[in-house]
Design a protein around this ligand. Structure first.
Ligand code: FES
Ligand SMILES: [Fe+2]
Length: 359
């Protein structure tokens, strides 16, 4: 049965709770939502040089697609299948420099664009080589030194990220530095969409996050929706750490504690005065989700102030709520809720996109 959520938030009921319980809905979302959207592949530092290869596993435990980033001798970067077209061996297991891609099983070779160029013991094989012997190329895009891939994109990468790009264009994203000492991975016993929904509303801040509530101005907290992304803007209380966007930015004149950007279906880009906290939501099973936090720092002096500090505590508070909701959506008595038109527009937008992709 298809899922539907009314476009009019004041008339709408929230997503049917079957979505969080039904194994078929989970696998439909894997193919209709995750395979058709842009997935973050991380920074591209390991394929910076011409003639380099780096493997990436696309959403382990969900899509589980072995991919290979390949930068050829002329500098062109491609995303290829990392599976040998002969009998299916994984081709590249660690980042390396190379002139060709050579399979370790029977020595089939490909050039860095994925074209099969050599295969031992295949003389006399009919219709060989054919196009299907080359490595399939996967839709790929770059933004600010990060790679994104989509197996079967519903729209170009730019349509997913253009609104974010434009709004934070005054930030020197290319100079943000990855700080692996701040990496965190959280395993949460809940459906992935419950984690996303909780992220998409600041409604719960005064009730769940006492510490965060001290530094952001709840009254002016706002939410804007775009085609595939949405933005929650938190203004800083007087004296708290803030961005001051330059003239030309639509946010000029505001003191911003954080830009909380969500890119459908599972990427969160939280810009704080110290840099970017990127959160990737990775479904592992219908009731298990891994959320990875990665930090990209550009002003170290601001790391321990304002909305961008104490992120581990905020995460623990969110996790406890999301796990409680996971138990609740399994109840025989819970089917739908309603939305607050002032505080839950982001959740409504997310549910509408889910319904669109699942249709
Ligand atoms: S599987 Fe790659 S050459 Fe046989
Ligand atoms: Fe929260």
């Amino acid at each position: 049965m298809p899922y539907a959520v009314d476009a009019d938030i004041s008339a709408a009921r929230t997503l049917d709770s079957r979505f969080y319980r039904d194994a078929e809905a989970f696998s439909t979302a894997r193919e209709r939502v995750f395979a058709r959207s842009w997935q973050w592949l991380g920074p591209l530092g390991d394929v910076a040089e011409n003639g380099s290869l780096a493997p990436r596993d696309l959403l382990p435990g969900l899509l589980d697609e072995p991919l290979l980033l390949s930068r050829d001798g002329a500098g062109a970067l491609r995303c290829l299948s990392n599976v040998c077209t002969h009998r299916g061996n994984i081709l590249v297991k660690a980042p390396c420099r190379a002139e060709q891609i050579r399979c370790g099983y029977h020595s089939r070779r490909f050039d860095l664009a994925g074209k099969m160029i050599f295969m031992p013991e295949f003389l006399g094989v009919k219709d060989f080589p054919a196009a299907s012997d080359n490595l399939p190329q996967v839709a790929f895009g770059e933004w600010a030194g990060h790679g994104f891939a989509a197996l079967d994109p519903a729209a170009p990468l730019d349509e997913f990220v253009a609104d974010v790009k434009a709004r934070v264009s005054w930030l020197p994203l290319e100079r943000f530095e990855c700080d692996a000492t701040r990496d965190r991975d959280f395993d949460i016993d809940a459906h992935w969409a419950l984690y996303v929904e909780n992220y998409l509303e600041g409604f719960h801040i005064p009730f769940v996050h006492a510490g965060l509530n001290q530094v952001v101005d709840y009254g002016s907290y706002s939410s804007e929706t775009f085609r595939y992304a949405n933005l929650q803007l938190a203004l800083a209380k007087p004296g708290e750490s803030a961005f001051e966007p330059p003239p030309g930015s639509p946010d000029h004149g505001k003191r911003i504690a954080a830009y909380y950007w969500f890119v459908f279906p599972n990427l969160m880009l939280n810009f704080y005065p110290w840099g970017l906290s990127l959160n990737l939501v990775q479904p592992r099973a219908i009731d298990r989700t891994r959320v990875s936090f990665r930090s990209f720092v550009f002003d170290r002096s601001k790391l321990d102030a304002g909305a961008g500090s104490g992120l581990d505590r905020v995460e623990a508070e969110d996790e406890a709520i999301v796990v409680a909701v996971q138990r609740g959506v399994r109840s025989r008595f819970y089917r739908h809720g309603r939305y607050s038109p002032t505080r839950e527009r982001g959740v409504h937008h997310f549910h509408r996109l889910l319904c669109e992709f699942l249709a």
